[in-house]
Design a protein. Structure first.
Length: 116
């Protein structure tokens, strides 16, 4: 079976986990699930901090802040708790948003994803 990459985007771990789970459900009835996929799913289960529905909604909302996909993915993977932590994730942005915008992002994250 050959595959063709038709699109590439940076996505958060939780969305990658959802995609892999859907894939394994489809192939499990007629094929053996490769060990790489099993171990990747196990890893993603361990590092995921929010449920997939919350992350998808958060991803779409963070897009409205005009952030790049890679920045949004890093924010949703790490779930920063302070302005300093958030600022370190903005390395791919041409301009860093003002502190008021960054505080809104932090508040939004805290409201939508309970952190351990």
């Amino acid at each position: 079976m050959s595959y063709e990459i038709i699109e590439f985007r940076d996505i958060p771990n939780v969305i990658a986990k959802k995609i892999l789970k859907e894939y394994t459900e489809k192939i499990s009835s007629y094929d053996i699930i490769p060990e790489l996929i099993r171990s990747t799913l196990e890893y993603l289960d361990n590092v995921s901090k929010c449920d997939d529905k919350a992350v998808e909604d958060m991803y779409n909302t963070l897009k409205s802040f005009k952030l790049k996909d890679i920045t949004i993915s890093m924010i949703l993977n790490i779930l920063p708790r302070s302005l300093d932590e958030l600022r370190t994730l903005l390395t791919f942005e041409e301009t860093v948003p003002e502190d008021s915008v960054l505080n809104k992002i932090l508040e939004f994250i805290n409201q939508n994803c309970q952190q351990p």
